[in-house]
Design a protein around this ligand. Structure first.
Ligand code: SF4
Length: 446
């Protein structure tokens, strides 16, 4: 069980030196107890205390790395039930199921779909993260052939091997040495064989429980066999079961300190009906799934699930922002319109989307307003004439334009005179208030 704040306090140096960023050792102890601080923030803590506090300060849900290199994903390590308490930290991974009963060309097609699934949204790269190689045939040779083909065609994609057969597991895992694969399928009958193969390949072990009650027994058994990195499948398949089991597991790990369920969870959303699959996967994204297995890669589904995941795993207290810079939309020449807006990502995407749709090439200056929208940024003093003038001057955009004209959002028409004063020689034009007025506005000028 986790230690209380007072128990932790007794083990700290009690000098109130503030080096940890807290005013007192007691305040730091309370933060540690709430898992909002880490022990290494106190430079003076004794080795003995470190040892005693090690378990208390360990994350309640063990972090696991799936894959290696640039495409590796970190799973688990969450510390809260609700994202308004503190940000969810490690976005769940989408893994597409590839059965070893498929033909080589079907497997190749699925791998290609995974490899080309990446999109850029709000400056972040989003993709189908992993493949779930499934031994549906029951034939070890077929699983190994699937593993070999995957290792050849998609060597950087993280891999989960799914089988109940330790021998098949060993052969398939041999193709992913040093790649932090996950071996899934350990149950009460095959645990020791599977644990042995996972350990030999330095892979995490995914337990396949029949139901939630069996989970602690299986994780304890795996731990007793020397496995530290574990992924939980509670056996939930229906949406209601996923919601129930994931909630129980997260609550037990965080609120009750139950170590035997303090691991990332894997959910299975695979369905014939792709709309239903998306809904079940979405539920798992929202409610604590760390790996979500889907059946097919489809662009419409990817977009919905990637956006949902991105929204769930952003900090609700920090607005999403895009980088301050001058974006070119289309291929703008020296006569193309030059507009300005703020860097709230929603503002940027709505404005740039309207410009793209009307096919009038433009330059769009996106100014850092700490992620606030136009009116809010203006009201907060972050989108002012002085700041706009400074940004435009420092950007050097002047040299690219035939005429020095800038189009400002209609909502801040009030700034036009002040910007004119700060940017001598520039013409300030007031654009429409709403982004959906841009196409007509830009086409009328073209
Ligand atoms: S750094 Fe350590 S000793 Fe100093 S106030 Fe924080 S907990 Fe106390």
């Amino acid at each position: 069980m986790a230690l209380t704040g007072v128990e932790i306090f007794k083990l700290l140096p009690k000098t109130n030196c503030k080096k940890c960023g807290q005013p007192t050792c007691l305040a730091f102890a309370m933060k540690l107890a709430q898992r909002q601080a880490s022990l290494d923030q106190c430079p003076d803590v004794s080795e003995e205390a470190k040892q005693k506090l090690g378990e208390a300060s360990a994350p309640p849900i063990r972090p696991i790395t799936l894959g290696a290199g640039a495409k590796a994903v970190k799973l688990g390590e969450e510390t809260v039930l609700f994202r308004h308490e503190k940000k969810f930290v490690n976005p769940c991974a989408f893994a597409v199921k590839i059965e070893d009963t498929l033909s080589e060309s079907e497997i190749g097609k699925k791998l290609d779909e995974v490899l080309t699934s990446e999109i850029d949204r709000v400056g972040q790269k989003l993709r189908v993260d992993a493949v779930f190689l499934s031994n549906d045939s029951g034939d070890p040779a077929k699983l190994e052939a699937l593993a070999k083909l995957t290792a050849q065609k998609a060597p950087d994609v993280p891999v989960i091997i799914s089988t109940k057969n330790p021998e098949a597991a060993g052969a398939a895992l041999s193709h992913f040495s040093g790649k932090n694969a996950i071996l899934y399928g350990a149950d009460a009958d095959n645990m020791s064989g599977m644990a042995e193969k996972a350990k030999a390949a330095k892979a995490a072990l995914g337990i396949a429980a029949k139901n939630l009650d069996e989970v602690p027994d299986l994780t304890e058994k795996a731990k007793g066999l020397g496995i530290e990195d574990i992924l939980i499948d509670s056996g939930a398949r229906k949406a209601g079961e996923i919601l129930r089991d994931n909630t129980y597991i997260r609550r037990a790990a965080l609120k009750k300190g139950v170590k035997s369920v303090g691991y990332p969870v894997m959910n299975f959303a695979v369905r014939e009906d792709q709309l239903l699959e998306s809904l079940v996967a979405g539920l798992a994204v929202e409610k604590y799934g760390s790996v979500v297995v889907i059946g097919l890669v489809q662009k419409w589904k990817n977009l919905a699930l990637f956006s949902l995941r991105q929204n769930i795993y952003t900090d609700p207290q920090v607005p999403m922002q895009v980088q301050q810079k001058i974006y070119k939309i289309g291929e703008p020449g020296p006569k193309a319109p030059f507009l300005i807006t703020t860097n709230f990502s929603l503002t940027y995407f709505i404005v740039s989307g309207e410009i793209e749709n009307c096919k009038v090439p433009c330059r769009l200056a996106v100014m850092d307003s700490e992620g606030l929208s136009v009116l809010t940024a203006w009201a907060a003093g972050k989108f002012t004439a002085s700041k706009i003038a400074q940004f435009i001057t420092e950007s050097g955009i002047e040299g690219e334009l035939e005429e020095k004209e800038i189009i400002i959002p209609g909502y801040v028409a009030i700034l036009s005179g002040a910007i004119e004063d700060k940017l001598p020689g520039w013409k300030i034009t007031v654009g429409p208030r709403e982004a959906n007025g841009l196409p007509a506005f830009l086409k009328a000028r073209a």
